[in-house]
Design a protein around this ligand. Structure first.
Ligand code: NAP
Length: 246
């Protein structure tokens, strides 16, 4: 019986690649999206026509608890369960701390941190009942070190790291592993707000002399999800950053 993985924010970027790699391994794929319906549908069609796994799309705003609860129930009806949860959905924004409005702050925390709480909270009861499960949260190097002009983003991602470590301790006796992947600079739509000069500078600052790809991050997620390869790994932050932060 194939395992089912729920990937939030799977319509584009890193989440879409994570979905493809799991599909290549034959998993059932619950593809969450919020706004990019067409992208999610075409990825779903690609998986179902060309890759081993079976995919379905599920619309939900991860910052909204009711949306997440409905999505999780719909996935249970469709696939019978959720074995692996990948909390990938996220937003970013660059501006001075003094320009961050209360709404910007709550949107950032709502999507990037509360979204992780919402999904974990809705998925965990069945994982605990089954005495089995795996959660992988996508953090960021800015959550490890703090990024100037990204205070709200850094705070949310630092929160994801704290949540991961604490939850890992709490649910380990239920045979559930919880880990983070913490990407460095990965070329996706999220980087479109950065100038070419900034991107070149970030590349120069990276010891491995290149920017990250969606495959780099997705491969790390696949490793952590592997119950044999990563069976003794929980509560950890796996940095995928080319050495830019060591
Ligand atoms: P991206 O290309 O901008 O994609 C973001 C994804 O998140 C989209 O699929 C989007 O879905 C989804 N999303 C956003 N808000 C959502 C919400 N409220 N509910 C459900 N889905 C939502 O970004 P990315 O680079 O792939 O980033 C993926 C993750 O990696 C994020 O958590 C990000 O913080 C983290 N990360 C990225 C980098 C980087 O350099 N790119 C570095 C470190 C960490 P819709 O379009 O359907 O709304």
């Amino acid at each position: 019986m194939p395992k089912t993985v729920l990937i939030t924010g799977a319509s584009r970027g890193i989440g879409a690649k994570i979905a493809e790699l799991f599909a290549e391994k034959g998993y059932n794929i619950a593809l969450n999206y919020n706004k990019s319906e067409n992208d999610a549908i075409s990825l779903c069609e690609k998986i179902n026509s060309r890759l081993k796994g079976i995919a379905h799309t599920f619309k939900a705003d991860v910052s909204n608890y009711e949306d997440v609860r409905n999505m999780v129930n719909a996935i249970y009806k469709n696939f019978g369960g959720i074995d692996i949860l990948v909390n990938n959905a996220g937003i970013s924004q660059q501006l001075l701390f003094t320009d961050i409005t209360p709404k910007m702050w709550s949107d950032m925390i709502g999507t990037n941190l509360t979204g992780v709480y919402n999904c974990c909270h809705c998925v965990l009861p069945k994982m605990i009942f089954n005495h089995c499960g795996c959660i992988i949260n996508i953090a960021s190097m800015w959550g490890e070190t703090g990024g100037s002009c990204e205070v709200h983003y850094s705070a949310a991602k630092a929160g994801v790291i704290g949540l991961t470590k604490a939850l890992a301790k709490e649910v380990a006796p239920s045979n559930i592993r919880v880990n983070c992947v913490s990407p460095g600079v990965i070329m996706t739509d999220m980087m479109s707000g950065f100038s070419d000069d900034t991107v070149s500078q970030l590349k120069e600052e990276t010891p491995l002399c290149r920017l990250g790809t969606v495959e780099d991050v997705a491969n790390a997620v696949l490793f952590l999800a592997d119950d044999r390869a990563a069976s003794f790994i929980t509560g950890q932050v796996l940095s995928v950053n080319g050495g830019i932060l060591i």
